[in-house]
Design a protein. Structure first.
Length: 201
């Protein structure tokens, strides 16, 4: 059974952030809980230059995260983007490495995969059929029904879709979602801060 948990990212998860303010940002790839920082948390740089893209039409930049045996390291380790571009952090392989979080700040803006805010999103790639019940910030009851990919016609077309669940005022919409094993779901925060998406136990 898949477990969704935006606080602890694994190889099935991603964290996406929209950058709408130009300037320098620093971020960490960390193993520690929200609010705790250690000497092992190396800072990485993200420069946002002025640009002409309107919000919602920026370019997506991928940052691949990997474990070097001691800590997580991004590729590229320094990134330059334009205003209204997106960055998605994801780890493709996690053999022997712990879950992680992405946290950063700059230009009066902070962002965190552990506590999602406006203009950020959490993604999960579902591998196992079954019902996944989850909550938003410890409240409500939401459902993702994951069908067995072997029982679904037109799998390639279905798998290419990434349904979006929007979060407004701590509520997820739609409340229920039907997908197929091999699909990714995106939880996009349109309103709110400190948002977590986590499976009900």
């Amino acid at each position: 059974m898949d477990i969704v948990n935006s606080r602890l990212l694994t190889s099935q998860d991603g964290f996406l952030q929209l950058f709408s303010v130009a300037g320098e940002y620093l971020y960490n790839l960390t193993l520690t809980p929200e609010g705790i920082r250690t000497a092992h948390d190396k800072a990485f740089y993200l420069t946002v230059k002025p640009g002409k893209a309107k919000q919602g039409s920026g370019v997506q930049h991928d940052v691949k995260v990997h474990w070097d045996g001691t800590c997580y390291v991004p590729t590229p380790d320094r990134l330059e983007i334009a205003v209204n571009d997106y960055v998605i952090w994801h780890c493709e392989r996690m053999v022997g490495s712990p879950p992680f979080a992405v946290r950063g700040q700059g230009q009066g803006v902070s962002f965190s995969s552990s506590a999602l805010g406006s203009s950020s999103a959490y993604t999960h790639f579902f591998l196992t059929p079954g019902d996944v019940k989850y909550q938003v910030s410890g409240k409500g009851s939401y459902l993702v029904r994951v069908a067995d990919h072997r029982k679904v016609p037109d799998l390639a077309k279905r798998a290419a879709d990434a349904p979006v669940v929007t979060i407004r005022k701590g509520e997820a919409s739609p409340r229920e979602l039907d997908i197929v094993a091999g699909q990714t779901v995106i939880w996009a925060v349109e309103e709110g801060s400190g948002i977590t998406i986590a499976s009900l136990r």
